[in-house]
Ligand binder design. Structure first.
Ligand SMILES: [Zn+2]
Length: 355
């Protein structure tokens, strides 16, 4: 009965009762989280990645985004919303390369921590994508590239992509099929969706996870522009810049879009770090987020409106007040700002214990 129903559903678009294009018309939307879809997805993913158990996956409240992979597999997303709209936004992406299993496993671990979290992590707005490349992960054996044979981490629209990406692939990799950048930037549904999601969500930081180089990489504008400095270490992963590549997410996000991108290169693609090491990575990452996204923000903007008889336009203070109101960050999260009375909209949600 159930399979008959599923078959019927597949034919509905042909009958014109609804169209897949309708779903794709709003790529930011998420499809209703059908328990069968999630269960089926988790079943396959947990078979491919033994470190992830079925129940935690099913209970992770994953929702398929409105765009699917080349082979029509769901790309799952989990959003953790803070109580305050003005919290910093963090985008986490695992499983960009399908054969780096630990890069997805660690994201599942983080989702468990975020689900339980009543601590510091709960004050950020997280969007978490555990597996961006489900076709790569679920092919047998798992593959780095997507179902079109494209390396999704070489398919972002970086500067001069059309000249540099094919040249780099030919001259530097010897046309390595594992690093094929595709025929055009954003030629793939997975990278296209990620690009659109970055535009919609406007993350303050992107955390991208790979393996197996065992280092921490960072791409971003100068710290003066965002207040974000490269981390020195997360656990045993030390900062070691591995350079930018045409079409890579670090190149696109960090250098073209001005969004700091921290890349965790786990030490092994198949074997997870120890529990202790995982805990240290998580704790160091939260500390880095706090220092860079909260404590090291620019000076508090005064919001008292000055009156100036000479000026016909808005006063500097009024402009500053508007800027503060527009600032999705609301700098008044800092306790010292609240204490000084400089904030128009003091936020109580940052507990002193966090600092
Ligand atoms: Zn990778």
């Amino acid at each position: 009965m159930k399979s008959t129903l599923l078959k019927l559903l597949k034919f509905l678009p042909l009958l014109g009762l609804f169209s897949v294009a309708d779903l794709n018309a709003r790529p930011g939307a998420v499809i209703h989280s059908d328990p069968d879809t999630v269960h089926d997805w988790c079943n396959k993913v947990t078979l491919a990645i033994p470190q992830i158990k079925l129940n935690p996956c099913v209970e992770a409240e994953l929702t398929p985004v409105a765009v699917t992979s080349v082979k029509g597999r769901p790309i799952m997303l989990r959003e953790f919303k803070p109580e305050q709209q003005s919290a910093a936004r963090v985008l986490v992406i695992g499983g960009i390369h399908g054969d780096e299993l630990t890069s997805a496993s660690i994201v599942f671990r983080w989702m468990e921590l975020l689900q339980k979290s009543g601590g510091e992590a709960a004050f950020y707005h997280w969007k978490v994508i555990p597996v961006l490349n489900p076709d790569g992960l679920l092919s047998k054996p798992p593959r780095r590239v997507n179902a079109n044979g494209v390396d999704l981490n070489r398919n972002s629209p970086t500067l001069n992509w059309r000249r540099e990406a094919p040249h780099h692939w030919t001259a530097k990799t010897g046309r390595d099929p594992r690093r094929y950048p595709g025929t055009a930037p954003l030629s793939e549904p997975e990278s296209r969706w990620l690009h659109d999601e970055i535009s919609r969500f406007r993350p303050d930081v992107i955390v991208s996870i790979h393996a197996p180089f065992g280092v921490l990489d960072f791409d971003g504008p100068p710290p003066g522009a965002t207040g974000v400095e490269a981390p020195t270490r997360f656990g045993r992963l030390h900062l070691h810049r591995i350079g930018v590549y045409p079409g890579s997410l670090g190149n696109f996000g960090g250098l073209k879009q001005g969004i700091p991108v921290v890349t965790l290169e786990l030490p092994h693609a198949l074997k997870m770090p120890t529990e202790r090491e995982l805990a240290q990575v998580w704790s160091d990452m939260l500390k880095w987020l706090r220092i860079n996204l909260v404590e090291r923000r620019p000076a508090i903007v005064p919001v008292a409106v000055e009156t100036s008889r000479e000026s016909t336009g808005p006063s500097r203070a009024a402009q500053a007040a508007r800027q503060a109101a527009d600032d999705p960050w609301n700098l008044c999260v800092l306790p010292r700002a609240v204490a000084s009375g400089a904030c128009a909209r003091p936020l109580e949600f940052w507990p002193a214990a966090v600092f």
